[in-house]
Design a protein around this ligand. Structure first.
Ligand code: SIN
Length: 316
């Protein structure tokens, strides 16, 4: 019978967010300062985590509204480096909720790891009377330690999501996330995973795709079609220099005629255009849906940026 080796480590990478935030008063759920406590302190404050061999590393300390491509690059590199270690079985990332879905999608597309990479966050600061961060962190480590788990995952308020599908849908409630039509992947209940969908899968593009100086990454902006869209915003962005535009179209991806004309001008100048929907659920369907129709505008921005980076790679 094969002997079991020592349990592999779980590396907790801290990036800031409300989970590491502090407020002036315990009853404050807004008006606090995100990213005040270090990841070591978050781990040390939770004795229940002692049952796992953990290692903690501070990758950044920011409010995720201020996420930058440079922080993304560092996070991707650190996550990839730890994933490659034989003694590491999983990674947990503590993050802000506001751009969690973007970071989750980026990590999914670049790493799609065979080991679990679990993102978690909190809607209330660590100083709140009923802070949600400690339970979310415990659930994230529980999920990371789950035998057979793989891929980029997120856990919030007991619900487990695929990192490729995550969407923030509420600005205040503790269960602030969903996955559009796809639904949750499972739930952590009393420290036990109940799973009803398969682990996320995908072909990783590789961390090396984002090794260039982030200042040189393609510039991709998002524009929304709305009543009165006349396309002047697109003309202004193109005049500044832009590599790609994601359009959050109305309904099934349609755009205002004025915006449509400006997008045609942009295409004529070599700007890549991707069409999504501004609807908060569902996907663009039909012949014109294209490769981005199933993505949210912020996911499509990442997808287009990575696609443009891939085009810059020298042919092998
Ligand atoms: C942030 O996204 O860093 C602040 C807000 C939050 O975590 O809920």
């Amino acid at each position: 019978m094969a002997m079991e080796g020592p349990a592999r480590k779980i590396v907790v990478l801290g990036t800031g967010g409300t989970i590491a935030g502090t407020a002036a008063r315990p009853e404050d759920h807004t008006g606090y300062r995100a990213a005040q406590l270090g990841v070591q302190a978050l781990v040390a404050a939770l004795p229940a985590l002692q049952r796992w061999p953990l290692e903690a590393e501070q990758v950044a300390q920011i409010d995720s509204a201020d996420m930058t491509h440079a922080v993304w690059q560092r996070l991707v590199q650190r996550a990839a480096a730890h994933m490659a270690r034989e003694d590491v079985g999983a990674i947990v990332v503590t993050h802000g909720t506001d751009t969690l879905e973007e970071t989750a999608y980026l990590l999914h597309r670049l790493l799609a790891p065979a080991k679990p990479l679990v993102l978690t966050a909190a809607m209330r600061p660590a100083t709140a009377l009923q802070a949600d961060g400690p339970q979310n962190l415990l659930d994230a480590v529980t999920l990371a330690a789950e035998p057979g788990a793989r891929g980029v995952l997120a856990v919030m308020a007991g619900q487990v999501w695929s990192g490729a599908e995550l969407r923030k849908r509420h600005p205040y409630r503790l269960d602030a996330f969903d996955a559009g039509d796809a639904g949750a992947l499972g739930a952590i209940e009393q420290g036990v995973l109940r799973r009803w969908r398969d682990w996320p899968a995908g072909t990783p593009l590789g961390a090396a795709l984002v090794e260039a100086d982030p200042a040189q990454w393609p510039r991709v902006e998002i524009v929304t079609s709305h009543a009165g869209s006349d396309g002047r915003l697109v003309d202004a962005v193109c005049a500044q220099g832009v590599d790609g535009l994601v359009v959050a179209g109305v309904g099934n991806g349609q755009v205002h005629a004025g915006l449509g004309a400006a997008l045609e001008r942009a295409r004529g100048q070599g700007v890549a255009v991707a069409v999504t929907t501004r609807c908060s659920g569902g996907v663009v369907v039909g012949a014109g849906a294209g490769a981005y129709g199933a993505l949210t505008p912020v996911q499509a921005r990442i997808e287009l940026m990575l696609g443009l980076l891939a085009q810059r790679r020298p042919a092998r």
